[in-house]
Design a protein around this ligand. Sequence first.
Ligand SMILES: C/C1=C2N=C(/C=C3N=C(/C(C)=C4\N[C@@](C)([C@@H]5N=C1[C@](C)(CCC(=O)O)[C@H]5CC(=O)O)[C@@](C)(CC(=O)O)[C@@H]4CCC(=O)O)[C@@](C)(CC(=O)O)[C@@H]\3CCC(=O)O)C(C)(C)[C@@H]/2CCC(=O)O
Length: 210
Amino acid sequence: MDPAAIEYVRDGAEIYRRSFATIRAEADLAGLPADVARVAVRMIHACGMTDLVRDLDHAPGVVEAAREALLRGAPILCDAKMVAAGITRRRLPADNEVVCTLDDPRVPSIADLIGNTRSAAALDLWGDRLDGAVVAIGNAPTALFRLLELVALGAPPPAAVIGVPVGFIGAAESKEALAASDLPHLVVRGRRGGSAMTAAAVNAIASEEE
Ligand SMILES: C/C1=C2N=C(/C=C3N=C(/C(C)=C4\N[C@@](C)([C@@H]5N=C1[C@](C)(CCC(=O)O)[C@H]5CC(=O)O)[C@@](C)(CC(=O)O)[C@@H]4CCC(=O)O)[C@@](C)(CC(=O)O)[C@@H]\3CCC(=O)O)C(C)(C)[C@@H]/2CCC(=O)O
């Protein structure tokens, strides 16, 4: 093939501009508050599914609560390294700490002790950092269930929970449980979710820059 015949957009800023314009043209954002719509656009950008809005649910004020927490310097607590890796550090307003405790050497023994996955056990190491934090769960349904258990057991509540685990076993149920809780939340109901979408939501909340 003649390489000169391969045509594609090479300008990153132009790619972003066209992507966001396409999403705003195709997605039905009309029922969402402006701040949630901005987050939805970036989540759709990460997964390519413009019908995602259909499954998006949020507690009133959740984006504002998460943003204020970040401005105060709250940490972002992630279930998976993939979520943590996807968060763009330069967007964070207070050089916020991004935490994932999954690889802590204590996690396997905690998992044995509590009879749960490593993803769930890792949350037991969040401790007092949970107080007023922004929680981003994009992979493991058991991590979201564990968060709800810890809060029910008296752990300090986070400022906001981006609860977007993906999959077939427990994903929909864990997000329903979060949506029914008192925690300020943003969820994608059903099986859809994932680390990329979750990191994109945090990135949108962290900075108003497109
Ligand atoms: C059951 C699990 C599911 N994992 C999914 C999807 C993906 N997971 C990837 C990777 C690399 C990781 N998944 C683990 C979190 C691992 N996955 C699980 C667990 C067995 C249990 C979690 C749960 O059900 O709540 C979990 C291991 C555990 O004991 O907690 C991971 C820690 C495994 C590992 O490598 O050790 C690891 C996360 C690493 C990290 O980022 O920190 C995938 C990339 C799949 C792959 O490797 O092929 C993919 C990523 C999806 C995403 O967007 O994040 C499901 C679908 C969520 C699934 C749970 C639901 C289901 O099966 O129905």
